[in-house]
Design a protein around this ligand. Structure first.
Ligand SMILES: Nc1ncnc2c1ncn2[C@@H]1O[C@H](COP(=O)(O)OP(=O)(O)O)[C@@H](O)[C@H]1O
Ligand SMILES: Cc1ncc(COP(=O)(O)O)c(CN)c1O
Length: 303
C-alpha cells in the first residue's frame, strides 16, 4: 500500500554524467511536477551517443538490476503508481524489465506502465537490433502508454508512414499489439518543415502540428515520455490536454535551447554540447506550461 497519495515512479533509463538524456532528462521534470522518482540507471555514460567520443562508461549488469530491485522489495519500498522505461542496451535487460512489470503489478494492480521503446532516430539504430523483437512481442503488449518516435514505430510494426493515413495504420497496429495509449512523439509526414505528434487511446485520437527547428536535439524523446506520464496523471487522463501540455513544454525548451545556442554560434551546424536541453533554466515552464498550439481531433476507424 502507498503511504499517501503522492504519485511514485520507478524510472529505468540511461544516466549521463554530462547533459540531458534518459533519467537526466526525465527525473527533474517529474520531480518538479510532484512525483517521487526512484531511478535505476541502465548505463552510466559520460555523454549521450551523438558526441564524437560516444558512449564511454559502464552498462548495468542484469544481475545488478535484479539485486537493486530485490533491495527495494526487501525494504518494502517497491510500491509504485507508475513505471517508466527508456534506453536499454540488451535484450536480456528488456526481459528483466518484463519481469519487473509483473512484480510491480502484483504490488499495485493499478500500476501504469509507460514504455518509451528507445531504439533510434532518423534511420539509425543506437541500440542492438536484437532488442526489436523483445519490444514488439513482449514489452509493448504489457504497456499502458507507449511513446515511440516515427522511426521506432515503423520498425516495430514493419509499416512505413508517409502521410496521416499511414501513421494511423501504424497506430492501429500498435494498439493491436496491446498498447492501450499510443503516442507518436514526432513524425514527419510529407512537409519537412513541421513535425506532427499523434496520441490515440480507446476513446479518441489527437494530432498536433509542431514547427520544426533546423537542429537535432537529443533527449527530447525521454523528456516527452516523462511529461506525457506526468500530465496524463495530473489531467486525469485527458488525452488532448496531456498532449498540449507536453508539447507546450517541449516547444518552449527546444526553442530556448536553440536561441541560446545560436547566440553563441550564429551560423553552421551546432555541436551536441551546445544543444543540450536547457531544463534547469526552464523550470517554471515545466511547472506551468502555457499552451500555444492546440491539438485537433482525428477520426479514424480502428479495424
Ligand atoms: N527539431 C525540432 N524542432 C521542434 N521540436 C522538436 C525538434 N526535435 C524534437 N522536438 C520536440 O521534441 C518532441 C520529441 O521529439 P522526438 O524527435 O520524437 O524525440 P526522440 O526522437 O528523441 O525520441 C517532439 O514532439 C517535439 O515537440
Ligand atoms: C545514452 C542515451 N540515452 C538516451 C538516448 C535517447 O535520446 P532521445 O530522447 O533523443 O531518444 C540516447 C540517444 N542517443 C542516448 O545516447
Amino acid at each position: 500500500m502507498s503511504l499517501d497519495s503522492t504519485p511514485r515512479v520507478l524510472s529505468i533509463q540511461s544516466h549521463v554524467v554530462h547533459g540531458y538524456v534518459g533519467n537526466k532528462s526525465a527525473v527533474f521534470p517529474l520531480q518538479l511536477l510532484g512525483f517521487e522518482v526512484d531511478a535505476i540507471n541502465t548505463v552510466q555514460f559520460s555523454t549521450h551517443g551523438a558526441y564524437p567520443h560516444r558512449h564511454k562508461g559502464t552498462i548495468l549488469k542484469n544481475e545488478d538490476m535484479e539485486t537493486i530491485f530485490e533491495g527495494l522489495q526487501l525494504n518494502g519500498v517497491d510500491y509504485y503508481t507508475h513505471f517508466l522505461t527508456g534506453y536499454s542496451m540488451s535484450p536480456d535487460s528488456l526481459k528483466k524489465i518484463t519481469q519487473l512489470v509483473k512484480k510491480l503489478r502484483e504490488k499495485n494492480p493499478n500500476l501504469i506502465y509507460v514504455c518509451d521503446p528507445v531504439m533510434g532516430d532518423n534511420g539509425q539504430m543506437y541500440v542492438p537490433e536484437a532488442i526489436l523483437p523483445i519490444y514488439r512481442d513482449t514489452v509493448i503488449p504489457l504497456a499502458d502508454i507507449i511513446t515511440p518516435n516515427q522511426f521506432e514505430a515503423e520498425w516495430i510494426t514493419g509499416l512505413e508512414m508517409k502521410d496521416l493515413a499511414g501513421a494511423l495504420k501504424v497506430i492501429g497496429a500498435l494498439h493491436d499489439k496491446g498498447a492501450k495509449t499510443v503516442v507518436l512523439s514526432s513524425t514527419i509526414l510529407g512537409d519537412e518543415k513541421s513535425m506532427i505528434s499523434i496520441a490515440s487511446n480507446k476513446e479518441s485520437c489527437y494530432q498536433i502540428l509542431i514547427p520544426k527547428i533546423d537542429a537535432t536535439f537529443i533527449g527530447t524523446g525521454d523528456l516527452f515520455a516523462s511529461l506525457f506520464l506526468a500530465w496524463s496523471h495530473k489531467t486525469n487522463n485527458n488525452l488532448k490536454l496531456t498532449l498540449e501540455k507536453t508539447i507546450a513544454t517541449l516547444q518552449h525548451i527546444v526553442r530556448d535551447t536553440y536561441e541560446k545556442a545560436r547566440a553563441i554560434q550564429p551560423t553552421g551546424i551546432m555541436s551536441p554540447a551546445l544543444l543540450e536541453l536547457r531544463l534547469i533554466p526552464n523550470k517554471t515552464t515545466i511547472e506551468n506550461p502555457q499552451i500555444t498550439i492546440n491539438c485537433s481531433k482525428v477520426t479514424y476507424e480502428r479495424i
